[in-house]
Design a protein around this ligand. Sequence first.
Ligand SMILES: Nc1ncnc2c1ncn2[C@@H]1O[C@H](COP(=O)(O)OP(=O)(O)OP(=O)(O)O)[C@@H](O)[C@H]1O
Length: 602
Amino acid sequence: MDRQTPKSPWAVMRPVQGQIRFAMALAALGTVFGLVALAMLAWVIHRLIEAPGDWPWTPMFGVLVCTVLAYLLRINSFDQSHYAAFRLEQILRTRLAEHLARVSLGEIQRIGAGALAKVIQDDVKELHVFVADSTPLHARAYAGPAITLIALLWLDWRLALAAVAVLALGFVAMSLAMRDRAELVRRYHAARERVSAAVVEFVQAMPVVRTFDTGTDTFGRFQHALESYLGFLTHWYREASLSGRLGMAVLNPMPTLAVLLWLGAWLGWRESLDFSTWLAVLLIGTGMAEAMMPLMSLYHLIDKAKLSIARIDEVMDTPELPQVAPEKAHRPQDASLVFEGVGFRYDADGEEAVADLSFTAAPGTVTALVGPSGAGKTTVARLIPRFWDVTTGRVLVGGVDVREMRADDLMGQVSFVFQDTFLFAGSIAENIRLGVPDASQEAVEAAARAAQAHAFIEALPQGYETRAGERGIFLSGGQRQRITIARAILQERPILVLDEATAFADPENELALVAALSQLMRGKTVILVAHRLSTIRDADQILVLDRGRLAELGRHDDLIAHGGLYARLWHGYEQAQAWTLHPDTPPSTPAPSPARLAEMPS
Ligand SMILES: Nc1ncnc2c1ncn2[C@@H]1O[C@H](COP(=O)(O)OP(=O)(O)OP(=O)(O)O)[C@@H](O)[C@H]1O
């Protein structure tokens, strides 16, 4: 866990705080020059009234210089805060990426790629807005009134107090509008999230739902969420609007100006205020209210930034997978895989997904994991690449505990082909080269040929250079899988963990896939998560799992003869294969026998 994780909107700026302070100092200085320009303007008018026609060049020039300086300082302050925000964005994204590289894959899967991308992209962007825009405004909102007040007190304390009284009134109204704000903001975001969830559900479910009805159910939920969001917004607006508007009206320069005008005129009439002081107070005093106006929008920015920071913190707080110190790391010795009394729970107080599992996969053999749905097959496969660390026992790759091995060494020894095949946004060739960036084009093509992928890749618009992944070319599930198989073939790692795909699009694809797999498996230590039993008849050993425990272990024929869970699963499978739609039609041809993996054409 990253203890340095910033928790407050201001603490999050720590990495760039020097530049932010500089930006704020520039903004404050700009405000000072703005006020000095106004004071000088008052002086100019005073001089002109006293001696009409005698132009006071020096103060006039002073007004010009101060106005230009105020403008330049303000521009520069925004420049600095934006540069700082850009730097902060980069720093935060790098920290997040570095942290995620050390977090277990299981944890990343739990949070979800979409949510992570949103944090790295949108939430960090949200902070940019906060840092870039709010910091100079903050400096202005605090420095402006403070300096004005000092100037007013120096000019005339009675008028100064009157201006402060008006502002205080504005603040009271504002705080009334802000009453219960935290709770309202929380409810606002909850309502918004309900709308987002309903939108996602509505859009995602559309293909399924519309084949059954017109989507009225999900649409109804979506509309209900929208209505309650609207209802809440109206309620909030009504609640806050009267005092909010009153506050805005009072903090507007006009009321301050009116009070100073009236009080100044009255004092002048009683001859206790001279005209030029009155003029200076009028000019400077109105600026005080104006400087405070941005405070309202700042609250909004801070609220949004806080939510983003909370989400960033949540990601940064995900536990990192312990890494072995380089000097204590061991390298795998061979292509064997051993589970020694392995137990694993997803939740500390939950049930064991894998319990006391021991087996040895000798180099060059095929070990199949079978069992009913939820038996723990996928979990066992995912303990090998350390999606999670075991709760008890050890997983040994090449004789070394995976936790005592450098991640590079583990990845160099084992390749994985999982069901959720991922193609990243790059060319097909780059996708195949993943993990072997120096592989030649010939090697890539040879791997694709072995994976039965060459022909369809060649037929794509730009062949191997066609872009895959998000917004890339559309590929069928089977085609994507064959690309990942080509990737694993090219990697040529001695141990292969294969989570067999369940959904092959069509028999032709299935045949190609089986051929590709047979190529991939040749000569390797294979751990095969078999969802369809036909693939495992020839396995060297079959591990039958039941509720996380090893129920049976053996070869196909022995297990059938044993007549236990495997035999039951197998008979169920055979019956399913012989199942027909019509009693008169002969039993359907079983899927092209993937059982004979080794016999398939290469
Ligand atoms: N990420 C997870 N978090 C919590 N529990 C999980 C998670 N993944 C799986 N489980 C639970 O662990 C148990 C084993 O699941 P696993 O996916 O390993 O079974 P499986 O044999 O591969 O099932 P299937 O054949 O249906 O894919 C199940 O009870 C499942 O609900």
